[in-house]
Design a protein around this ligand. Sequence first.
Ligand SMILES: *[C@@H]1O[C@H](CO)[C@@H](O)[C@H](O)[C@H]1NC(C)=O
Length: 323
Amino acid sequence: MKFFQAVGTCVLALSSLVSAATFTNPLRAKDGADPHISYSGGYYYLMTTTWSDLRITRAKTLGGLKTGETKTVWKDTTASRCCNVWAPELHFLDGAWYIYYSAGQSANLDLQRPHVLKGGANPFDAYTYHAQLTNTWGIDGSIVRFSKWGNHFVWSCITNNVQALCIAPLTAPGKIGATKILSQPTQSWEKNEKPVMEGPAAMYHGGKTYLAYSASYCWTPNYSLGLLTWDNNGDPALAKSWSKSGPLLTSGNGNYGPGHNGFFTSPDGKEIWNVFHATAIQKGACDGNRYTMAQKVNWNANGTPNFGSPLKLGTSLAGPSGE
Ligand SMILES: *[C@@H]1O[C@H](CO)[C@@H](O)[C@H](O)[C@H]1NC(C)=O
């Protein structure tokens, strides 16, 4: 009996060696806020908010990002965009990689603007300054792609004195068309301490376009993910073409204020993954005390995304399929 149990254990150990890579969260323990991951050419590329510059870390496995090769790709002394460098995202458009990010002046946060850098065919190529996208306050710019309606720029803007989401056609990687208000924080879960909608992130599944965003003030444990859904009907630049649901990712298992996410696909393209930040501080945090977590997106029977709950740090998770 003893003998057979030992053999069984041995077989289990071997089979876990040959199955997909496992990893644990957090992927970045400190300064892991506003994470964004792109998978391209055999590498995951991770960017988070550093406040002072733009850095990209790459690795061949998700867990490898913890110790991956890191390159500082941008630092700027231009007064209008020197400081408070937030929320960088890599997007591939017209044959080149672009980094969309927020930055402003050293004095305060009232002059934050969305900016974009232009790179090359590989995310690790050199970047040059490309453009500022708005002349009014704006942060957390991201791209949503529509086959019929073209690429759009979405970001957090100020309207009626609150942080809402705005949308505009992206007429070129550094240029937007007419701005419209996409959605305003009207639900109680979007108004904890302050009404806020920020950090939009798009994903595509089952013929629908989903735009996740972060709701409520970031210095609370109630910062969470909400979702806007466009079901392929009507001009996506119009608020009425989207429906709102949430909150769909909230504090859990010792992780507080989960939000400001990004989506990426697994190496085999079969899974969608959610990368987001959270903090271990119970009253919430909006500084370097936020870490980066990644979890697979699951799907409800009715086809809607299920983000689950942020799992306890250190839980062993299967890596993305195709690793
Ligand atoms: C805010 O989050 C905390 C911690 O998770 C929770 O105890 C509290 O009930 C939440 N408040 C609201 C209004 O949702």
